[in-house]
Design a binder for this molecule. Structure first.
Ligand SMILES: Cc1cc2nc3c(=O)[nH]c(=O)nc-3n(C[C@H](O)[C@H](O)[C@H](O)COP(=O)(O)OP(=O)(O)OC[C@H]3O[C@@H](n4cnc5c(N)ncnc54)[C@H](O)[C@@H]3O)c2cc1C
Length: 401
């Protein structure tokens, strides 16, 4: 069967204008001002996205070189983190500030920056991708390079890699009035269901807190059913009393968790963010990976177009992302496997209460590009073997044990 020819051609087409897509456009246009970039999303902006809205400092580090680190301006930063599992908990200041910015605001600001840099934004739901030869999107738009940044249910990823059984979590979020207990902090409370399972309350600083609960989805082969919305909200209410009762604007979504190995096929179609299966399996954080891999994909795409070698882009993107995140992804995968044991979760929280280094390293593993080093491993081992410590370090506080 012959295919109808595409009716327009771009240097780069980016499918999806979430953080990964906007960052791709910003990366490409920083690398090659004047590149012809089409940014396509099925939604008009501003639009909401189910998320905890937690913006790690690494997101801003990644955005600074492309001139967009000010997207969190006029939102109050916070430093205080509380981690708890039952009556074992640690609470203390993180080394660096984080922000909690509604995605309705953050994503619209990122899109604005991408358009100001020269990208053309179009509202369109991509229905197909032809990836042999010059890639063609929805049968009509061709490009030297296409970047799939279309999120957890990516059409681009499915076309490229087929349907895969990668691990996924499901989470629901809402907004609730900030209580004194939540004020000025990020609260994470682990549950007792399939790990990772936890509830959170992240203070936005404007009288509302982002509250939610998520857990690992059962594998397809187990035959177990996915948790219902009601169950997710019951878990939230149990772990953060009052949050589900007082919250509204509920919205759920899947999280494609990263695993031991990250893959990207050769060719002119690249993947970034959730479409690349990049969500931290310990914490569900994905915005940093989305922005970092988006910028990398954009830069690689621009270099490949400039060199007249779009088909070399895939291999280069694979190398760049593995250099950037490969070791970290292996370490978070290992940490998430360990954290399936409630004893290890408790040991991690106790180690973080005893040693500042363990607290900081766990935060770095969960938010950015941290690794499990020998000091953290030693702290975990000691916490597993030693009885609970009644005298925590002054910088962090633990209770229970
Ligand atoms: C409940 C919940 C809480 C979370 N909390 C946090 C958190 O606190 N911090 C954190 O860092 N991460 C968090 N995450 C993860 C984070 O939301 C994602 O990792 C992040 O949104 C990934 O960005 P992205 O640009 O890859 O994908 P998305 O943000 O999903 O953007 C994809 C875009 O593609 C568009 N699109 C999809 N399909 C098509 C199509 N066919 N055609 C055109 N456009 C399309 C969508 O409209 C969307 O705008 C959370 C996730 C969930 C579900």
């Amino acid at each position: 069967m012959s295919r109808a020819p595409a009716t327009e051609h771009w240097d780069l087409v980016v499918v999806g204008a979430g953080p990964a897509g906007s960052a791709t456009a910003l990366g490409a246009l920083a690398e090659q001002p004047g590149l012809r970039v089409l940014l396509v999303d099925r939604s008009d902006f501003p639009r909401d996205k189910s998320c905890g809205d937690g913006i790690a400092p690494h997101v801003l580090d990644a955005l600074a070189p492309v001139g967009a680190a000010d997207v969190v301006d006029d939102w109050t930063p916070l430093r205080h983190l509380e981690l708890a599992h039952g009556d074992v908990s640690v609470s203390g200041p993180m080394r660096r500030e984080v922000h909690v910015v509604p995605r309705r605001v953050l994503d619209a600001r990122l899109v604005e920056r991408a358009v100001a840099a020269g990208a053309v934004l179009r509202t369109h739901r991509v229905t197909s991708l032809t990836s042999t030869g010059t890639p063609v999107v929805s049968g009509t738009v061709s490009a030297d390079v296409v970047v799939g940044a279309d999120g957890a249910h990516s059409v681009v990823r499915t076309t490229l890699l087929g349907k895969r059984r990668d691990p996924r979590a499901i989470a629901i979020r809402g907004y609730a009035p900030t209580t004194p207990e939540m004020a000025g902090r990020q609260v994470i409370r682990y549950g007792s269901r399939r790990q990772p399972s936890y509830a959170w309350a992240f203070d936005r600083g404007d009288g509302l807190a982002n509250v939610g609960y998520g857990e690992l989805l059962p594998g397809e082969r187990t035959g177990d059913r996915a948790p219902s919305r009601r169950l997710l909200l019951e878990q939230l209410e149990e772990l953060v009393p009052g949050a589900a009762r007082t919250g509204d604007d509920w919205r759920g979504h899947h999280l494609p968790l990263s695993s031991w190995r990250w893959d990207q096929p050769d060719g002119p179609v690249l993947l970034a963010g959730d479409a690349a299966g990049l969500v931290n399996p310990m914490t569900g954080e994905g915005i940093y990976y989305a922005v970092a891999t988006g910028i990398a994909a954009g830069r690689t795409a621009a270099q490949a177009v400039r060199a007249g070698r779009p088909h070399a882009a895939g291999a280069r993107h694979r190398r760049v992302v593995r250099d950037l995140l490969g070791t970290h992804l292996r370490h978070t995968w290992a940490a998430s496997r360990l954290a399936q044991s409630p004893r290890i979760v408790d040991a991690g929280i106790r180690a973080a209460g005893r040693e500042r280094h363990a607290f900081d390293t766990l935060v770095e593993l969960g938010l950015g590009d941290g690794r499990i080093d020998t000091r953290l491993a030693g702290g975990l081992l000691r916490a597993l073997l030693r009885p609970p410590d009644p005298s925590p370090e002054p910088s962090t506080q633990t209770r229970g044990g």
